[in-house]
Ligand binder design. Sequence first.
Ligand code: HEM
Length: 142
Amino acid sequence: MFVQEVRRYYPFTPFVGARVHKDFVWDQYEFKKGVLVLLDVYGMNHDPVIWGDPDKFRPERFQEEKDRTYCFIPQGGGDPAKGHRCPGEGITIEIMKAGLNFLVNKIDFVVPEQDLSYSLSRIPTLPKSGFIMNQIKKTGLE
Ligand code: HEM
């Protein structure tokens, strides 16, 4: 739940873009050939209609099991088998779980004052300072 909330709350990728190949209409929206279309990934993952209190970091919101194929889109929208949604999502989640376990259970560290702000117009989005850690000590058992 924590990893899912990190992927929702932070701009994993703020948007994805594509150029319209041929004219079409979808859901009453006209897409003209040649136009650059941006999918507002961050915006949808912070839509108050979908998430209630989107600016609160609240992992428990993922307690409820439900189909989020089209509303939770940190690595692109839809079904990866039929479209371009990231097929590496499962791997990413497992890597994040292992990283979180390491940070929480295997080491101790101090996070000094730094600039953790981030840009919403840059891909990949990273905190301005990176992520600085001091006084790192091993704590966990092997
Ligand atoms: C933090 C990690 C990752 C992020 C934020 C991320 C994000 C994305 C995004 C936004 C897309 C485009 C989706 C779209 O066009 O609708 C994408 C596509 C893709 N990703 Fe990832 N991804 C991540 C990790 C991975 C990993 C670990 C793999 C493979 C092991 C992977 C493989 C791919 C591939 C092959 C595509 C192209 C899919 C296609 O065009 O059909 N990604 N990813």
